[in-house]
Design a protein around this ligand. Structure first.
Ligand code: SAH
Length: 322
């Protein structure tokens, strides 16, 4: 079976059956590290909304996990005078239940097509696109072929499938990845944002494509494991091609990608960390550690990138130039 169908089946089971986040789970995301992350995302949205003339707006999150980012972002937005309706796009019943406990007034959607059509859309997607299934093509002596997963007497293995299209100049055994579901989501969402106003703030690990390489990875209990072993019980992801996201989101205007650390520093995370440390001195070390983890180039600061896709009629968002 093509890798995207296999990954879709594995991840649907994985997310539907657990809350994978946090120290007792499989992985930890930026909003779970510190409230500073969601607060700055919220203020980034509120600033953009304010400079646009404060139109009616909905806060939308794609794959909100435990709802932590939304809670922190909404609290920060309120201090800036922005109190939007909350619309969450989430397929996992387990995570919907976790979100409902913390965001009682929210509305849930299975996909982006049912989002409100009568207001600006302030959309956040943190570590969302990486969880969407990818296809892989591999350059063989017979040209480009789809990479597939086969069941070898109860053990999964990679194999070569049917001929597919691929770039002309590529070394032998080169691999290219595509994410058709991300393209489909963006081609449904981008025209809405372009017409209704708003922006999509994406934070994820990835690269500005095109590039060669196999980035499929599996994580369990905070360690990398073999993606082919126990699919559906590990967090299967692949790096995000930001160039491909921006291309699929035409006519939205792309800002970035910029390193997460750089973006947070430009938005004032140092000031926020200092204020939190003053208010809760016993938390000083925890706050300093979170600040470092979110911003340092050898932690999340460089690997994670920030890309905004904004309605052409809206102003330029903060912190994403160059
Ligand atoms: N944004 C959160 C969680 C990231 S994990 C955080 O940063 O902590 C990925 C999230 O995307 C989970 O909530 C998962 O259930 C959701 N998800 C995965 N595939 C999805 C899909 N196709 N549609 C909607 N949500 C999806």
């Amino acid at each position: 079976m093509p890798i995207d169908r296999w990954m879709d089946a594995a991840n649907s089971h994985y997310y539907a059956t657990r809350d994978p986040l946090g120290t007792s789970g499989d992985f930890t995301t930026a909003p779970e590290i510190s409230q500073m992350f969601g607060e700055l995302a919220g203020l980034w949205l509120a600033d953009l909304w304010d400079r646009t003339g404060r139109p009616p707006a909905a806060y939308v999150e794609l794959g909100p996990g435990r709802g932590t980012l939304a809670v922190d972002a909404l609290r920060a937005m309120r201090t800036a005078g922005l109190v939007p309706f909350v619309h969450l796009v989430e397929t996992s019943p387990a995570l919907r239940a976790a979100q409902a406990e913390r965001l009682p007034g929210a509305h849930w959607h299975t996909d982006v097509t049912t989002l409100p059509a009568d207001c600006a859309l302030l959309v956040v997607a943190n570590e969302f696109f990486d969880a969407l299934p990818i296809t892989q093509a591999i350059r063989t002596v017979d040209g480009w072929r789809e990479r597939v997963v086969i069941d070898n007497d109860g053990e999964f293995a990679f194999a070569i499938g049917d001929p597919v299209a691929g770039p002309k100049n590529a070394p032998d055994a080169a691999i290219v990845e595509n994410r058709p579901v991300a393209g489909a989501i963006l081609s449904a969402l981008a025209p809405r944002i372009a017409c209704q106003g708003g922006s999509l703030l994406t934070i994820d690990y990835g690269y500005p494509g095109p590039a060669f390489g196999d980035t499929l990875q599996a994580v369990r209990a905070h360690r990398f494991v073999d993606p082919l072993v126990t699919p559906g019980d590990t967090d299967l992801t692949a790096h995000v091609d930001f160039t491909a996201l921006a291309a699929a989101a035409a006519p939205l205007v792309a800002s970035g990608p910029v390193d997460q650390g750089e973006w947070l520093l430009r938005l004032g995370i140092a000031t926020r960390a200092a204020a939190l440390a003053r208010a809760t001195p016993d938390q000083g070390e925890t706050i300093a550690a979170a600040y470092r983890r979110l911003t340092a180039p050898d932690a999340m600061g460089h690997l994670f990138k920030v890309l905004a896709l904004t309605a052409p009629s809206w102003p330029e968002p903060a912190g994403l130039r160059g």
